[in-house]
Design a binder for this molecule. Structure first.
Ligand code: GAL
Length: 662
């Protein structure tokens, strides 16, 4: 388990590089990522390549016993290229062209840009083909960042028509699958289709869903072009990509198939400010352990590690506020990543840059080259992690997460308070607060390896999903299905049968009514004899095979069934027709874990979490005060001890459920 950094040698005088690289090695850094925005340096004029500077940097890195991770520089096509081919630029929905002068200004479907991509990727790959110091590659940089997974240019409309032809064959089939008799939206020919244009009111939901699928496929295809070219040149290289926090533009589950492993970029004090709730003071200093854990558990594939391609090094430029991270936070984040399955954590960036858009972004070193707070933390993390050689995380529980459900629910939120991620996090947080180890996987994943499964808003459902879940439950699995399951078919039309459509037999109940409820209206339900608050969404259930285990207590829904449980052979299906607040979520998940014989901890305090990997448990303290850990007498503390100071971590050789934290 090692650490690394992201370095931009092109920003610094050549005479400085040696010092930089030596200081990296001194801190225990093993991987150095470079070149993701350097096209203009690598090819100052068409066909005139200059690799000498990057050769020198790679050589220096190798001489100091480290490995280089190179990036393809396609996130920033240079000025000469954009001037030659202005048609490669992205277009916003209102027709605004996203011009050169920042980054990510290219369209994934531009045939010209795909040719140019192949040219630069091949040139770079061939140049470094036999370089022993290059370990692998990152393709591009953060596909879809700044809202760029979606483009509305003519190339995209043409590619969208091809995509639809492949999927539907003819207009008649599309009309039938989408349901276009509504508001005279029928097409006479697939040639009439376009990416969604500016319209007076909202778009047809099936059109939008397919446009999202198409956009994601476009990025996946573009990435595959790069990955294949790199592997053709040297199949020993790993190929990865740096995804983003809770990102939704690209189907990561699918794109991961083309990568050796996934990476993501972790900026804890920035991401946490995107939350739809009030933050604790400490969260501004260190982020939230569940918010970070969720992304680790999402980007990690079952049985495979993931990497952090960019780890926040100190204060950053882009969130609304940027308080200095708490003392030790940068070390804690590296530990937290490893605890959740990462094998490598690269800090972004090596040194605060004196030029360009990110001068208010810290590095491990200050802009005069001296050590910053992050350097000391990274050094300490490298010392702690150096001796660890860990197997992948094994999770007890899976949360099913599918991008299509998120896309379909986007225009169907039906309440300003509904948020796909916030709802998923209710269950994630509750599971983690009981010490459970969680994986976030696609609904088609192999479920047998998990003791319990939470099916999160399985909005689009078909018979094959029903059969897959049925196999899991009849095989003894315990399943919790959340609200808004089985509402629509894959084309985004309501099922002919009442919700949850094809999942109704499994659930043993149907949804009679649904409602979205504003915050000012009281929403309480009983569950197992106690009363709990819920929020935003309520379904009234008609149970047949299932037992009613929770009822609405307030409003027009009072007395109606809200939560049901269907015992099926050795397994069970709990259906939750509301969005539980934390206490009810806790009860629901403890019951689920109890049924599945997953041992739990006492409910952990806010900001304190446990993460288990390969026989070790990390106690992460994301709060401003110290916490105490009570571990079995013979459990060794590999890092730290029974007192975990603020923004610090202890690592104990014992399973999570044997620890008590106060
Ligand atoms: C990431 C991006 C980096 C840098 C960083 C700043 O999203 O990949 O290039 O901009 O944010 O925090």
């Amino acid at each position: 388990m090692t650490i690394g950094t992201c370095y931009f040698p092109e920003h610094w005088p050549r005479e400085r590089w040696e010092t930089d690289v030596k200081e990296m090695a001194d801190a225990g850094i093993e991987y150095v990522r470079m070149a993701e925005f350097s096209w203009a340096e690598l090819e100052p004029e068409r066909g005139e390549f200059d690799f000498a500077w990057l050769d020198d940097a790679v050589e220096l890195i190798g001489e100091h016993g480290m490995q280089a991770v190179l990036c393809t520089p396609t996130a920033t096509p240079p000025k000469w290229l954009v001037d030659e081919h202005p048609d490669i630029r992205q277009e916003a929905q209102d027709g605004t062209v996203k011009d050169w002068g920042s980054r990510r200004h290219y369209c994934f479907n531009s045939p010209t840009y795909r040719e140019e991509t192949a040219r630069i990727v091949t040139a770079m790959a061939e140049h470094f083909a036999d370089d022993p110091h290059v370990a692998g590659w990152q393709t591009d940089n953060e596909y879809g960042c700044h809202g760029t997974a979606h483009c509305f240019c003519e190339d995209c409309s043409a590619a969208f028509r091809d995509w639809l032809r492949e999927r539907y064959g003819d207009a008649e089939t599309l009309n039938e699958r989408w349901g276009t008799s509504f508001w005279s939206q029928r097409y006479d020919s697939l040639d009439q289709l376009e990416v969604p244009q500016p319209t007076p009111y909202n778009h047809h939901p099936s059109h939008l869903l397919d446009y999202n699928r198409f956009s994601s496929d476009s990025v996946i295809e573009y990435n595959r072009l790069q990955a294949d070219l790199l592997r053709d040149v040297n199949d020993e290289w790993f190929v990865t990509h740096n995804f983003m926090s809770e990102y939704g533009g690209v189907d990561v589950n699918e794109m991961r198939e083309d990568l050796d492993f996934a990476g993501w970029d972790s900026y804890p004090t920035g991401h946490v400010q995107e939350a739809d709730r009030d933050l604790r003071d400490a969260e501004f200093r260190v982020g939230n352990p569940d918010q970070l854990g969720l992304n680790h558990d999402l980007y990690r594939a079952p049985d495979a590690p993931h990497w952090i391609m960019e780890q926040q090094p100190g204060d950053v430029n882009w969130p609304p506020h940027s308080p200095q991270p708490g003392e030790g936070a940068m070390r804690l984040w590296a530990h937290w990543a490893v605890a959740h399955g990462a094998d490598e954590v690269l800090y972004f960036r090596w040194r605060r840059c004196r030029e360009g858009q990110e001068q208010y972004h810290a590095g491990l070193r200050k802009h005069d080259g001296s050590a910053d707070r992050g350097y000391r933390d990274a050094d300490a993390a490298a010392d702690d992690l150096d001796d660890l050689d860990l197997d992948p995380v094994e999770a007890d529980v899976a949360i099913l997460h599918d991008f299509e459900n998120m896309w379909a629910l986007g225009p169907d939120r039906h309440s300003p308070d509904f948020s796909y991620w916030a709802h998923l996090k209710t269950y994630y947080r509750a599971l983690r607060a009981r010490g459970a180890t969680v994986s976030i996987v696609s609904q088609s994943a192999d479920l047998d390896r998990f003791d319990a499964v939470v099916g999160n808003t399985l909005y689009l459902a078909d018979e094959s999903l029903a059969a897959h879940l049925d196999d899991y439950v009849t095989g003894g699995g315990d399943l919790l299905l959340t609200m808004r399951a089985g509402v629509k078919d894959r084309a985004n039309q309501l099922h002919e049968e009442l919700t949850p459509g094809p999942l109704a037999n499994l659930v043993g109940a149907r949804v009679d009514q649904h409602e979205s409820v504003p915050e000012q209206i009281e929403t309480r339900a009983t569950y197992d004899g106690e009363t709990y608050d819920y929020r935003t969404w309520a379904e009234w259930l008609d149970a047949d095979a299932a037992a009613v285990v929770g009822r609405h207590e307030t409003g027009t829904a009072a007395g109606e069934a809200a939560i049901t449980r269907n015992e099926v052979d050795d397994g069970s299906v709990t259906y939750v027709g509301l969005w539980p607040e934390a206490d009810l979520a806790d009860r629901l998940v403890t019951d689920l874990l109890g049924r599945a014989d997953v041992p739990t901890t006492d409910r952990l305090p806010e900001g304190v979490r446990l993460a288990e990997r390969d026989g070790l448990t990390w106690v992460g303290n994301f709060t401003e005060g110290a916490v105490g850990v009570d571990a079995p007498a013979d459990a060794e503390f590999v890092v730290g001890d029974e007192t975990v100071p603020s923004f610090d971590v202890s690592v104990v050789a014992a399973p999570a459920h044997e620890l008590t934290v106060e």
